[in-house]
Design a protein around this ligand. Structure first.
Ligand code: HEC
Length: 478
């Protein structure tokens, strides 16, 4: 029996070339001190595998048609065996992939691993980053709930503002002038056929390049990279001190990927995917879509920017950013690799991270959105011994929507300034002027409030902050 099995194996190996295929793994040498800082790329690849497996599983049940997509997702979420878990994995897998890809990018940049002879690894890496973001973007719409749909549509319509081709691109993406049933089919096709195919090809090439050019050795301050002699120097290093990729280096990748998997399983199981919001209303633009976290910072840029600039920035920022990213290995592909000797390069990274971080924070707060779900102030508890005038003022404050944009105490939106202490800043007349005239971001209430109503609101705002201060626990529910 054993003999038979060995024979079968030998046949498969001889005709199928399995050993030959795996040989590079065993014979491929890597520099000796390639340590834990080198696991980000393989972990990103591992996340891609998770996405493939979970994506295909979701595809078994998902129906890419505008009439039934939402129901099929509800079915996956509520009834299908492991459905909600797998949806959670796919969602967290996407987040993890983007996060780890970012770390991989930062590591490669800080170590200047993009320099000779690995420029092509960098270029394909930038392409892969673009593709991964496109995958996240197209996947969001497949959720086919209000949030997912309108986040994608807002972005697609931003694209429409690109001069000259904008309209055509956006028409192509949406399958029409605005969102419609066909949009879903387009995004589905892009998300499961087109972009994965391109992604797999480039990933394979990216990984092939790692074997062809070797893993970059950790940089050392003062050791300059000379393209003329590098390949020979690197080969000598491997000959003298190299260790086989399998098993000496790959075990770290395996352990870290396992760790990523455990984290993903825990998140998918205990947190799950974002709850589906209501089904999309295609005839009614949703005012307040909340994109997935990796896009909030981009939304923040557009929300904070003066409107007239948006079209240009929409067009120029990705263009300039893309050209800059691609050109990095051409700006400098030799010389110093150590981050200790490249202070400006490192300062640049820190700056970019800080900028994206703060935009992300702002985007998360979404201060430009009125908070339509703000709890109304209660006229009884807010000002216990209030006069009739003040009570009417509180009521108007609720019903006229002031609280969507203004905070009092711990309640309300933050699009406009907090009004808890406004009585110390403004006189009665100044308040009235502001409310009647509005401003760029505040509607003018002159036409909709009577003189008496105005007096009432202002009487309320003029209260000292203590009697205005409103604690949720006293809330007599609306
Ligand atoms: C759509 C959001 C929005 C709504 C709704 C809104 N405001 Fe405002 N409000 C703002 C913004 C933004 C400012 C800051 C305007 C500026 O400084 O140009 C502001 C400014 C003010 C100010 C001046 C505050 C200061 O410190 O200078 C007062 C008072 C005020 N609003 C009262 C009200 C009242 C009362 C209502 C309801 C009747 C209301 N607002 C509704 C957005 C809003």
């Amino acid at each position: 029996m054993k003999k038979q099995l060995i024979k079968i194996w030998q046949w498969i190996d001889d005709r199928g070339g399995v050993s030959d295929l795996l040989k590079p793994l065993k014979t491929h040498l890597v520099p000796p001190n390639v340590k834990w800082n080198y696991v980000w790329g393989s972990a990103t690849l591992f996340c891609l595998l998770v996405q493939i497996v979970t994506g295909i599983s979701l595809g078994f049940l998902y129906q890419p048609s505008a009439d039934v997509a939402y129901q099929s997702l509800q079915y996956i979420e509520n009834d299908a065996v492991l459905g909600s878990f797998i949806r959670g994995l796919h969602n967290w897998g996407a987040s993890a992939m983007i996060f780890l890809m970012g770390l991989h990018l930062i590591r490669v940049y800080i170590n200047a691993a993009y320099k000779y002879p690995r420029e092509m690894s960098w270029i394909t890496g930038v392409l892969l980053m673009g593709l991964t973001i496109i995958m996240a973007f197209t996947g969001q719409l497949l959720r086919w709930d209000n949030n997912g749909v309108w986040s994608a549509v807002v972005a697609a319509e931003q694209i429409g503002r690109i001069p000259i081709f904008g309209d055509s691109i956006s028409y192509f993406l949406l399958g029409g002038k605005t969102i419609n049933g066909e949009t879903l089919n387009r995004f589905f096709s892009m998300h499961v056929f087109l972009f994965p195919a391109i992604l797999f090809m480039i990933v394979s090439y990216h990984v092939y390049l790692v074997f062809k050019n070797g893993i970059s050795e950790p940089p050392k301050a003062g050791r300059l990279l000379n393209p003329k002699t590098y390949r020979k120097w690197y080969q000598d290093l491997l000959d003298k001190k190299g260790v086989p990729f399998f098993p000496d280096a790959i075990w770290r990748d395996a352990i870290f990927s396992l760790f990523v998997l455990v984290v993903l399983l825990i998140l998918a199981f205990f947190v799950g995917a974002p709850a589906l919001t209501s089904p999309p209303d295609l005839t009614n633009v949703q005012a307040n879509p909340k994109p997935d976290w990796y896009f909030t910072w981009i939304f923040a840029i557009f929300a904070l920017m003066p409107r007239q600039l948006e079209s240009y920035v929409m067009f120029l920022a990705p263009l300039i950013g893309g050209i800059f990213l691609f050109s990095i290995p051409f700006l400098s592909n030799k010389g110093e690799r150590s981050p200790l000797r490249r202070p400006w390069a490192i300062a640049g990274v820190v700056l970019v991270i800080l900028a994206i971080g703060s935009l992300w924070y702002v985007g998360h707060q979404a201060p430009w959105h009125p908070r339509f779900n703000a709890k109304p102030l209660s006229e009884y508890s807010a000002v216990p011994k209030a006069s009739e005038k003040v009570k009417k003022g509180i009521e108007l404050y609720n019903t006229e929507g002031c609280l969507y944009c203004h905070k009092i105490g711990d309640q309300g939106g933050i699009r406009g300034p907090e009004l808890t202490d406004v009585q110390n800043r403004l006189t009665k007349e100044e308040m009235i002027i502001r409310i009647v005239n509005g401003s760029e971001n505040m509607p003018a209430y002159g036409g909709s409030l009577s003189k008496e109503e105005l007096e009432n609101i202002v009487a309320f705002l003029l209260q000292d902050s203590k009697s205005k201060n409103y604690k949720s626990k006293n809330n007599v529910e609306n």
